[in-house]
Ligand binder design. Structure first.
Ligand code: ARG
Ligand code: ZN
Length: 879
């Protein structure tokens, strides 16, 4: 703890070398124990062609108590092998041999939650990215793929259920009340896909009949109390399995597929072969405990991990720099799935909102990196929104360029070429290009370029010629002076005063109003639209066809036209957001200049039209009527005006509520639930709109409107409505807030996932006393820094989502989060490194706040014994 660690060294993509040795077979035996766990590993090792005869075998290890090592059955003595804290070296072991090692580990002390650890008394594992080396000596890199056979031994009463990857081939009893199970996985896999579970769990079973007629057994394993919360996860899994067969021709390959819900988990979930481990948050749902958004989250994460079986497991990554090969692609696949399961427009809007709020910020800050990073110190720090979400956008652009059928051809060729291999992003791109006879060379720059590119657009209408000329220009990301030219698909349409306009591009034979995709490959390109009947407003980047920032001169009236009439639902929403952003930024400027505030009547009128539009479903209406968040607004200011933005947004929210009071109240009253909670599209739409109306109404503070929230809170039969009402009451404050929070706590304090909501709602509040309340909550008996979900609910939500309170000028928000980061880093560096990223945007703020954040960053950086994960983030922030 006190000694400063040596500066950690980065690893570079350009230094990749194939391994000298590979491992074909792994036989593992786990003697699980309360004090100590013994791991016996027998590796069948082969020297690779081209490796010099005398090359040493160097295995990775971390926190292993070494017991013994034997080569081809002969125990080695000191001097025949070398052990350091992170390696086991066998000098010149030969061309083919078995290496048997025994180590001891202490899962009960493993609070990093990486490797083998305990959660709720059960044993479980998390090996991606480099956790397997915390279990046994190994070539812990994804390009070493082996067949695994695993024997798990444990006390039978305490751990009746013993699981590992593949098929269960033997079980039996042992002396001393112990028992064992043996699992064989027929598919070679990298070590990061290894998994083991032992515990007292219940099974929620199901089945899936594959298109070739095989029956796959599905098992969802949870703690006994949660057995009534598994149905949605099972349904989601079955839907995902069917969908991957229909859309990508991919069938599941083992006879059993297991999912285990774990209470202590650093990330969302993990796609271990045949044995997914999940953060319980993405499995468990019952109407009274999970919201509509939780149901959606479960559906998409279950699908994501399932889709990894082909994009990740059957075809895996050569090295960790290629992470987006499996993550970008699998996020893209789970998005297509979610769009098919629900509303494509709603799904797209949600994804783009998250991308802009989180990924654009990352891409313009100290942690900016290409979707395929060039270097890293701690790989776990690169499971980022850039690798995942921007990575998915990059895949999406290729699909836009190739078309749906062309993309499918490319995917088929990718699987045909690379099944069973560990490959690179270039291999993937080559398969798409080759299957379609197209050139994706220039497109490949999306894998190496950092930052959000800017696309500028300018249009001119010639009434006499009935033609419109659009000039598109690409420019480097803000704050960067140069960038290579990218290949950017720009989806466009034209909108006239009475709706969509038809047009003809050069080479087209007939005019139509359909969306067209322009390919921008030069610095600047002009496109001519003919047969345009009236002066158009251009609708650009429909469906968000590229992850760029768009600059186009459009008046407020132009935006209002798109907001009312763009046939592309995404662009329609986007126009409204841009209009809202302008209005709010002007209001923030008024706040700063101490001018009187007034909400732009044209904006109010546009919102009133949305409220009244019979053609919009409730979810889209709610999204259109949600003002841009403060973090997003701050991105559009040279220096984030924390307080002014908050005041402006609060003002606009209330002013809009006042202006639309009657129609919103009418909506609230006409959308009361009929009968029991149902998780159906129309019902979700209804709840979304109704709860949005409630939030506006309660903001007016009138007692009878606050009473609506109170009564909804009491009467709701489901968490969606209950949580929404509670959120309104928290914003409202006063005795209603205290009463509702106390009641919610009384009802749910034994339910960790629901209690997380109680913490998160308070941490997210815009109320001026939030910092004081969060400080007090950090000392609440139910708060627990060891549990990642709980820590994220309070510290993560406060630091990452509450711009106004986290960045309070007195610096106390900064100090609070820094304190928690240091406290967490002492046991869980991965989690601490996630939370410390709250300080990344520090240069975007005024001098006082910069100073305050810098002080905290330096305090963290100066802490002796800081983990390399946190050190990498703070060093980059301060550089
Ligand atoms: N592969 C997992 C996924 O599906 C993420 C696991 C990452 N875990 C970690 N500790 N880095 O997204
Ligand atoms: Zn993934």
């Amino acid at each position: 703890m006190t000694e400063a660690k040596p500066a950690p060294q980065p690893i570079f993509r350009k230094d990749y070398r194939r391994p000298d040795y590979t491992i074909d077979r792994v036989d593992l035996r786990f003697e699980l124990g309360e004090d100590v766990t013994r791991v016996h590993a027998t590796l069948t090792v082969r020297r690779m062609d081209g490796t010099p005869e005398g090359a040493p075998l160097v295995l990775d290890g971390e926190n292993l108590a070494h017991v013994s090592v034997a080569l081809d059955g002969r125990e080695l003595s000191a001097g025949e092998y070398f052990v350091t804290p992170t390696s086991l070296t066998i000098p010149a072991p030969g061309a083919g041999f078995t290496l048997a090692t025994v180590v001891e580990i202490k899962p009960q002390d493993n609070l990093e939650l990486s490797g083998l650890y305990r959660s709720s008394g059960n044993f479980c594992t998390q090996c991606e990215a480099e956790g397997f080396r915390r279990i046994t000596w190994f070539l812990d890199r994804p390009d070493v793929m082996a067949r695994y056979s695993v024997v798990v031994e444990a006390d039978k009463a305490k751990y009746p259920v013993l699981l590992a990857n593949g098929n269960r081939v033997a079980t039996g009893d042992l002396d001393g009340g112990r028992h064992f199970a043996r699992w064989d996985d027929p598919f070679p896999k990298p070590s990061y896909l290894f998994a083991l579970v032992a515990g007292d769990l219940r099974c929620f079973p199901g089945e899936f009949l594959t298109r070739s007629g095989r029956t796959v057994r599905l098992e969802i394993w949870v703690e006994p109390d949660n057995i009534d919360r598994c149905a949605h996860a099972l349904r989601s899994l079955q839907a995902a399995m069917r969908w991957d067969e229909e859309k990508f021709g991919r069938e599941y390959d083992l006879d059993i597929y297991m999912i285990v819900a774990v209470s202590d988990f650093n990330m969302g979930a993990m796609e271990n072969k045949g044995l997914n481990l999940f953060n319980a948050k993405y499995v468990l749902a019952r109407p009274d405990t999970a919201t509509d958004d939780d149901y959606d989250g479960i559906e998409s994460v279950i699908a994501h991990e399932y889709f990894h079986n082909w994009t990740g497991n059957r075809v895996t990554c050569r090295d960790w720099f290629q992470l987006t090969l499996k993550e970008g692609l699998t996020v893209f696949r789970d998005r297509l799935f979610s769009a098919d399961m629900g509303s494509p427009a709603v799904a797209r809007i949600g994804d783009v909102l998250a991308l802009r709020t989180n990924q654009f910020a990352e891409d313009s800050g100290p942690m900016a990196h290409p979707i395929r990073p060039e270097s890293y110190i701690e790989m776990n720090n690169f499971y980022t929104t850039t690798v995942y979400e921007k990575g998915a956008e990059v895949i999406g652009m290729m699909r836009t360029l190739l078309g749906e059928a062309g993309f499918r051809r490319g995917m088929d060729l990718y699987f045909e070429r690379h099944d069973g291999q560990a490959v690179t992003c270039d291999d993937f791109r080559a398969a798409l290009a080759d299957a379609n006879g197209v050139d994706l060379e220039q497109f490949g720059r999306w894998y190496s370029q950092v930052g959000t590119p800017v696309v500028r657009a300018r249009g001119e209408y010639d009434a006499d010629a009935r033609s419109y000329t659009l000039t598109l220009e690409q420019a480097p990301p803000r704050g960067r002076t140069s960038a290579e030219l990218l290949h950017i698909p720009v989806a466009v349409g034209l909108v006239g005063p009475d709706g969509p306009l038809s047009f003809k591009l050069s080479g087209e034979t007939a005019a139509s109003a359909d969306t067209r995709v322009l390919e921008l490959r030069e610095r600047s390109q002009s496109f001519r639209f003919d047969d345009v009947a009236a002066a158009p407003v251009v609708s650009l980047l429909r469906g968000f066809s590229a992850p760029v920032e768009l600059e186009v001169e459009r008046s407020d009236a132009d935006l209002a036209r798109l907001m009312a009439a763009d046939p592309d639902s995404f662009s329609r929403w986007d126009a409204g957001q841009e209009l809202g952003r302008r209005v709010l930024l002007r209001l923030a400027a008024d706040v700063e200049a101490r001018r009187p505030l007034a909400l732009d009547p044209a904006f109010v009128a546009a919102c009133a039209e949305i409220v009244a539009d019979p053609g919009l479903d409730g979810s889209l209406k709610a999204l259109a009527l949600t003002l841009p968040n403060e973090r997003l607004l701050g991105q559009h200011q040279p220096v984030v005006a924390v307080d002014a933005l908050h005041e402006a947004r609060e003002f606009a929210f209330k002013a809009l509520a006042a202006a639309l009071r009657e129609p919103l109240l009418a909506i609230y009253q006409s959308t009361a639930p009929q009968g029991q909670y149902r998780i159906e599209r129309a019902e979700v739409d209804r709840r979304k709109l109704r709860n949005l109306a409630l939030a506006y109404l309660v903001a007016l503070g009138e007692p009878e409107l606050v009473a609506l929230a109170m009564s909804q809170f009491h009467l709701a039969d489901n968490m969606t409505d209950s949580e929404a009402a509670l959120a309104c009451l928290i914003e409202h404050g006063g005795p209603e807030r205290d009463a509702a929070l106390a009641e919610f706590h009384r009802r749910w304090h034994k339910d960790p996932l629901v209690l997380d909501k109680w913490f998160a709602l308070q941490a997210a509040s815009g109320h001026p006393d939030t910092l004081e309340r969060v400080t007090a909550l950090a000392d609440h008996p139910d708060f627990n820094l060891l549990n990642p979900n709980r820590a994220r609910s309070l510290v993560g939500v406060f630091g990452m989502r509450n711009q106004h309170q986290f960045h309070r000028k007195d610096g106390r928000g900064h100090a609070l989060v820094a304190d928690k980061v240091l406290a967490i880093d002492a046991h869980n560096s991965q989690l601490a490194a996630r939370l410390v990223a709250a300080f990344n945007p520090w240069r975007r703020f005024d001098a006082t706040r910069q100073q305050s954040m810098r002080t905290q960053l330096e305090r963290i950086a100066g802490h002796s014994g800081l983990s390399k994960a946190v050190r990498e983030i703070v060093d980059r922030a301060l550089a």
